[in-house]
Design a protein around this ligand. Structure first.
Ligand code: NCD
Length: 323
């Protein structure tokens, strides 16, 4: 028998117009999103179209390349019956000298309720949120934050582990340039997890301990205690200069492989936000093996984004008087 899911009562407590990062959210707000995403996951077993965003227009403004995030936001909006419009920077009026804010204001004037923004500059979505009436969702801003990726990682961990309280999550790799690392750190520490960051000293920002994490430079030292290992991509496109001698050396010291898996906890969860570089952050057998959560993360991303879009649309509807 299929038990119909009930809308979580906690969604009434959501008051934010924008989702700019997990740094700004408290534990209760993070849990509202996770519980609402779980609700959509139960409902979506049948893949039927829902009408939560009917009459709402969602614009995707992507100023940086993206496959999974853009497709996932698009699909999430469509599953909830929103109208969607896509904006890509190349070939737009930006190349004619228009500013970022003017471009966004132009799109807003066409009657847009929510804007999903990806940009290479940290703070770009926040800047827009100060100039626009629409709700703004950060889909990744430079090296700053990627809140829905952090949330879908945490959703996947919570689904498998129950609670994150007291669990050890190790983030491996390019902590310095990774917005996913920052969103994971904010979210996980607020939910009571112990977070370890592990990578070459050149890829760990100084004073990161202030965020409440432990820094380790030898991956092999933390295998036995990690409940979750989240393998972050080396962000070559954001690095200026060489941060380690060679990719082969990086893979040797920080790559997840069969040997390291054997020395890890029996039920360790292996996550990677993707895109993955097979043979660098992890070997193909680990990426496709039974510990890997990579494709579950992608699936869960859809439900997390449905939850975020609808929560912001609700605030928008409450605060914007009908004209
Ligand atoms: C991440 C990103 O863009 O920050 N990818 C994603 O959103 N799926 C991680 C990455 O590019 O390494």
């Amino acid at each position: 028998m299929v038990v119909p899911a009930e809308t979580p009562a906690s969604i009434k407590n959501w008051t934010r117009r924008h989702l700019l990062g997990l740094e700004k959210l408290n534990r209760e707000e993070i849990e509202i999103i996770l519980d609402y995403a779980a609700y959509f996951k139960t409902l979506q077993k049948t893949r039927s179209k829902l009408d939560h965003l009917s009459g709402v227009v969602v614009a995707n403004l992507f100023f940086e390349p993206s496959t999974r995030t853009k497709t996932s936001f698009n699909l999430a909006a469509k599953r909830l019956s929103a109208d969607t419009v896509d904006f890509t920077a190349s070939g737009s009026s930006l190349s004619k000298g228009e500013t970022f804010i003017d471009t966004a204001l132009t799109i807003e004037s066409m009657g847009v309720d929510l804007m999903v923004v990806r940009h290479s500059s940290p703070g770009a979505p926040e800047l827009l949120s100060r100039h626009l009436k629409t709700g703004v969702l950060n889909a990744g801003d430079g090296t700053h934050e990627h809140p829905t990726q952090g949330l879908l990682d945490i959703f996947t961990m919570r689904e498998k582990l129950g609670s994150l309280d007291g669990k050890t999550v190790t983030l491996v790799g390019d902590i310095k340039h990774s917005r996913v690392a920052r969103s994971n750190i904010w979210g996980l520490t607020k939910l009571g997890a112990k977070v370890i960051v592990c990578g070459p000293p050149t890829l760990i920002p100084p004073e990161i301990e202030r965020l409440g994490v432990k820094v380790v430079h030898r991956f092999d030292d933390v295998l036995a205690e990690s409940d979750v290992i989240n393998l972050l991509r080396v962000q070559f496109e954001r690095q200026r200069g060489a941060f380690f001698p060679s990719i082969a050396e990086y893979a040797h010291l920080f790559g997840m492989n069969k040997k390291r898996l054997q020395r890890s906890k029996e039920n360790v969860l292996i996550l990677a936000p993707g895109p993955i570089n097979r043979g660098v952050e992890l070997t193909p057998d680990v990426a496709d093996g039974k510990h890997s959560q990579i494709l579950h993360q992608v699936t869960n991303g859809l439900f997390v984004r449905m939850a975020c879009l609808h929560l912001l649309a609700q605030t928008q509807a409450r605060e914007t008087p009908v004209q």
